[in-house]
Design a protein around this ligand. Structure first.
Ligand code: TXA
Ligand code: MG
Length: 336
């Protein structure tokens, strides 16, 4: 059931639902989350069951502000404090050392914990209302079935998880792709998942170079591999359609071949600028600004699915760092 995030009674209903150990679909600025009281293992178990997610994949815990960090984490390094000061609330998740005995189920049994403070008025209002009822933090993965495209509207959440779930509507998510994840439990900060905050911005704010997992592995070949993160699985964020991510030149050639193919209904193309598209192939244009493209990305993939598209040709985004998040999601969609 979808209820309005601007209705105070609805907000209270959602907060009470969390406090009694049930699930709520709720908005953040990145994507919608499927929330549960992070300190209630039965509530957290319901999240894993609803998503069909393996229970050793850790969830992100969402907090109202930096004052809640020490409830969940210990030995918080200075680089993490600086990142928090610069980018919370915002689309940034930090992996920190977990306080022993706290939120073990939400952390999927890891000795670390992912923490994030979302920048969304309805999301923040829910966290605060739940906190007033004794909920320190809300564990929430993206509110999609495991491996699927993240939802960016309340309706997407209902399409994914059904009518029985209480869903707080906060409109379309502004950012549109999931938060950047920085692991601060190592000798160097490591970007486990790119988001819309670029690695350059994060390095500046952290006062220290944030490394890609590849750069970190090159620097510390003996270090343990990055912790398991489902958002970092190669094939993730997959629509129903098969996605082919191609440079413009290859895209044009593929379309030329498709012109000879009588089976070309059910094909679509999403590209930055007009190309020669054979009759019968659906075409739509990608925004040329990374922010706008991220905002539309998951909704667009769902729209193509809704139109029955089975094969989707997508133009490769530019190599510039502001496209890292979008390029990452498209590569994973194409790997599925
Ligand atoms: O923008 C977002 O981050 C959204 C909204 C709802 O906040 N959440 C989200 O959650 O994308 P999810 O569960 O779909 O992806 C969270 C990622 C996963 O890849 C998970 O494995 C990783 O964060 N993660 C969480 N806690 C971790 C930990 N302790 N160590 C390593 N990775 C962790
Ligand atoms: Mg997810």
């Amino acid at each position: 059931m979808i209820i309005s995030g601007s209705d105070p009674a609805a907000l209270q209903q959602a907060a009470k639902t969390l406090a009694r150990g049930d699930l709520v679909g709720w908005p953040t600025e990145t994507v919608y989350g499927l929330g549960a009281d992070a300190d209630n293992p039965q509530a957290v178990a319901q999240v894993y069951a609803a998503k069909g997610r393996p229970s050793d994949h850790p969830l992100i815990v969402h907090v109202t502000d930096a004052s809640q960090v020490d409830h969940y984490a210990v030995n918080v390094p200075a680089v993490a404090r600086r990142l928090i000061a610069a980018h919370w609330p915002g689309p940034l998740t930090l992996i920190l050392r977990r306080r022993p005995g706290v939120a073990e189920a939400a952390a999927g049994g890891q000795d670390s914990i992912g923490l994030r403070c979302p920048d969304h008025p309805v999301g923040q209002a829910l966290l605060r209302a739940a906190q007033a009822l004794g909920v320190h933090g809300v564990a929430a993965p993206s509110a999609n079935r495991f491996g699927r495209v993240s939802p960016t509207t309340a309706q997407h959440v209902q399409d994914e998880l059904g009518e029985a779930l209480l869903i707080l509507d906060g409109g379309a998510c502004q950012v549109g792709i999931e938060s950047a994840i920085v692991d601060c439990t190592r000798d160097h900060p490591v970007l486990l998942r790119p988001g819309m905050l670029t690695i350059e911005l994060l390095s500046q704010a952290g006062g220290e170079r944030v490394l890609t997992p590849q750069a970190h592995a090159a620097l510390q070949p003996a270090a343990a591999p990055a912790p398991r993160a489902s958002g970092t699985l190669e094939a993730h964020y997959a629509p129903m359609a098969r996605v082919h991510l191609l440079e413009r030149h290859d895209l044009q050639q593929r379309l030329a071949r498709l012109a000879q193919d009588p089976q070309r209904a059910h094909w679509a193309v999403w590209a930055f600028a007009p190309l020669e598209v054979p009759a019968g192939v659906l075409v739509d244009f990608m925004p040329t600004q990374a922010e706008a493209c991220a905002h539309e990305l998951f909704g667009q993939l769902r729209r193509f699915d809704g139109l029955g598209v089975q094969q989707l040709l997508v133009e490769m985004p530019p190599p510039a760092i502001e496209w890292d998040g979008v390029r990452d999601r498209l590569k994973r969609a194409a790997a599925a």
